[in-house]
Design a binder for this molecule. Structure first.
Ligand code: MRU
Length: 368
């Protein structure tokens, strides 16, 4: 998408053809900085410390991580090592497993001398595919927004609530939950986005707000607990979130707090949709609450906050009473029964095993 008139993806092969560049997301919203990944360890570090984050972008970065590893050691052992190091970086987003599985299966068949080149080609392919998937999600999701818009007075915006950042910064481009928003906005449908701030890492306030703002999409940042109130007062027409892992039965794992939004949406008859690129489906799992590993992150993310002071310097402060324990589960699971529909690249699906399997028969076969 555009940043100050220049088109960017979130990750790309550097001009030297040898390293990979990313937008360093730990600097948002105060600075827009590019970081260079020269080694597999750089890629693993970028995922671990969340210089890159969001399920699809984690997968794409891991694919480039394998390519960087192959340049240093393209033996079978080098390939297995790279995959196992990268696999340990974050536990919840299944796109990481998907990308590494794909890389391992493809590259093991290639002669070691050609592996680095093949791995870079594969990583580029994964990135291009991600963009295609998100554009298709955007087209399907836009139909939902257009239908709501038709029920409104001329010029009145469709109010969309989103949680966390499932925007272009979480993918290679377009985003998942935001693709329908960007396409509607560009297609002349008036939209307004309620952006949950998404404590503790503030992906909504720092990232979603930043990218919507740069694209000129009207939006309002609200605290995470405001959604229910807004829904009770008819101020939300539709909820669209992303997902880090969705089971074969349609249970959706996403950033902590998503489940509460789904409950509030159900109680208020607000449609709750999840934008779901197919690499985010885990066909091996049926019960999201029991089976999806939930990342537990450092308590300091809860007890401390970093921001820019009025003087312009960046400071970190403590916000929890001294001596209190803190917990920091990073994701939760919304059961399929609370999900109105899954916006996939192959259309809008009911969140059920049958509908998902019918739409992606080749993935079901692969996982059998
Ligand atoms: O911890 P993060 O920032 O990686 O979590 C990201 C999310 O939860 C996103 O909503 C999800 O990955 C969907 S991204 C298209």
């Amino acid at each position: 998408m555009n940043v100050d008139g220049k088109k960017y993806r979130t990750i790309w092969l550097a001009k030297d053809g040898d390293s990979v560049e990313i937008i360093d997301q730990t600097k948002f919203p105060y600075a827009f900085e590019i970081a260079k990944l020269r080694t597999m360890e750089d890629a693993a570090h970028a995922i671990r410390v969340m210089q890159v984050r969001g399920a699809p972008l984690i997968g794409a970065t891991a694919a480039y991580g394998v390519a960087l590893a192959m340049r240093a050691d393209s033996s079978d052992e080098g390939l297995h090592n790279a995959c196992s190091v990268l696999l340990q970086t974050r536990p919840t987003a299944v796109n990481l497993h998907w990308a590494l599985d794909r890389a391992r299966k493809n590259l093991i068949r290639v002669e070691p001398a050609y592996r680095a080149a093949a791995a870079f080609t594969l990583a580029n392919e994964i990135c291009d595919e991600d963009i295609g998937i998100n554009m298709a999600i955007g087209m399907h999701g836009m139909e939902l927004i257009a239908a709501i818009s038709e029920t409104k007075r001329k010029g009145e915006p469709v109010n969309i609530l989103t949680h966390c950042n499932a925007g272009w910064l979480a993918t290679v481009d377009w985003g998942t939950a935001t693709a329908p928003v960007y396409m509607s906005h560009e297609g002349g449908i008036p939209v307004h986005v309620w952006v949950d701030e998404t404590r503790p890492r503030n992906q909504g306030a720092f990232l979603t707000a930043w990218e919507l703002g740069h694209h000129g999409v009207p939006h309002t940042v609200v605290v995470d607990n405001a959604g229910g109130h807004l829904m009770q007062h008819g101020q939300v027409d539709i909820v669209i979130t992303g997902t880090d892992r969705t089971t074969a039965t349609g249970d959706v794992c996403n950033k902590i707090g998503t489940y509460l939004k789904a409950l509030a949406a159900k109680d208020n008859d607000v449609p709750f949709y999840v934008a779901l690129p197919s690499p985010t489906i885990d066909f091996a799992l049926s019960d999201g609450v029991r089976e999806i590993p939930i990342e537990e992150r450092d308590g300091s993310e809860v007890s401390r906050m970093t921001g820019r002071t009025d003087r312009g310097d960046i400071q970190t402060i403590n916000i929890v009473a001294e001596g209190s324990d803190v917990g920091n589960p990073a994701f939760d699971v919304t059961p399929a029964r609370l999900v109105t529909g899954l916006i996939t690249e192959r259309g809008i699906l009911e969140p059920s095993r049958q509908a998902i399997a019918q739409a992606f028969p080749e993935r079901v076969k692969m996982s059998a």
